[in-house]
Write a protein that binds this ligand. Structure first.
Ligand code: NAD
Length: 321
């Protein structure tokens, strides 16, 4: 069995590896060649922690396994990251444990890859202004992956906690792009592509603030009760997702579905667009929305890419198990 520790992940994969792996597995999901198993997420009644696991199997790439971890709010005081993830891969032919891989950086990379895939397939080709809602840990990864998909000339951003906006400014500067902090009216009026990545439980962006032709990647809502945009915006948009079942239960679509203004049949799997079975954007003026709920298969396929690279470079720790 191989072990690839968290500290080595950054040198073993890049954004392009993650993008390719995620795009491919979304396509396999839509062809019913890859599927996710039901997600477990529990408050364990210790250390205030939320623990869970996401798992699945990709029959095309033979990725089998799970990502386990969750949220430990007391970690920061111990000098650790609050979110903790570890991926365990199994041999699809024998069921034997194949690898244990650090999953913290991979989570950020695979989540950013998902919104980048949505931008590639759904945003207008002439998109120039990227709007960021959220300035937390994930936001910098999101921005870096997004700017590789279109010739963006500017980044504008809003955050509920304005003191965190320096992260967006710094990231944009590193990418050679000007950054401006704006209110949500300006963000919706000027951005061609909007990424929202917050832990909010109430909508920030309203439908009336968003101009026609915008592509929005809603990436923060991954739990029942969370919400980043108002339900009217979801109803107005042509909606795409990684997995429909998650979108209607724990994703951004949950609210529009609960109020009865949309159903599962109104949501298109991004994989079917990648496969060419469904159209993506069909009109310049159309608002497209990607509900990126985050599926276990994303974790498994990026972890597979890491293991392959680690073995190739002699960096995987091999143990008799
Ligand atoms: P973080 O704690 O570093 O940052 C949280 C962000 O949410 C900050 O920008 C903060 O200002 C904002 N925020 C907090 N309360 C808010 C409110 N009431 N209204 C509006 N904004 C508010 O978190 P992070 O690691 O950047 O993760 C952000 C979100 O992304 C979380 O909800 C996380 O669960 C989710 N996430 C989703 C996926 C996925 O696959 N879809 C993967 C990883 C993380």
């Amino acid at each position: 069995m191989y072990i690839v520790p968290e500290k080595d992940i950054a040198t073993l994969v890049n954004r392009s590896d993650c993008f390719d792996a995620v795009e491919k597995v979304f396509a396999s999901m839509a062809r019913r060649r890859a599927y996710n198993f039901p997600v477990i997420r529990e408050a364990i009644g210790h250390a205030d922690a939320l623990y869970g696991f996401k798992s699945g199997f990709d029959r095309d790439g033979l990725a089998l396994g799970l990502k386990s971890g969750g949220y430990w709010p007391g970690n920061e005081a111990k000098g650790l990251t609050n979110h903790q993830s570890t991926v365990i891969l199994f041999d699809a032919d024998t069921g034997r444990a194949r690898a244990v891989v650090g999953g913290n950086l991979l989570t950020a990379l695979r989540t950013a890859a998902a919104s980048a895939v949505s931008i590639k397939h759904l945003a207008r080709e002439d998109a120039k202004v990227l709007g960021m809602i959220g300035a937390g840990h994930q936001s910098a990864f999101q921005m870096r992956a997004a700017v590789e998909q279109r010739d963006f000339e500017k980044v504008i951003g809003w955050n509920y906690h304005p003191e965190m906006l320096s992260r967006l400014e710094q990231t944009a500067t590193e990418l050679g792009l000007p950054f401006e902090a704006v209110d949500l009216d300006r963000l919706g009026a000027e951005a061609d592509v909007i990424i929202s990545i917050t832990s909010s439980f109430a909508p920030s962006l309203m439908s009336h603030q968003v101009r026609p032709g915008t592509h929005i990647a809603c990436m923060g809502t991954d739990t029942r009760g969370k919400q980043e945009v108002d339900a009217a915006l979801v109803v107005r948009a042509t909606v795409f997702t990684d997995e429909i079942e998650q979108a209607i239960t724990i994703g951004e679509c949950q609210h529009a579905v609960a109020e009865g203004s949309m159903g599962a049949a109104d949501i298109i799997e991004i994989g079917s667009v990648i496969n060419g079975d469904r159209p993506g954007r069909t009109l310049e003026e159309e608002v497209t929305l990607f509900d990126g709920t985050g599926v276990g298969l994303q974790d498994l396929v990026v972890a597979e890419a890491v293991v392959a690279r680690a073995v190739e470079q002699g960096m995987a720790i091999e143990v008799d198990f």
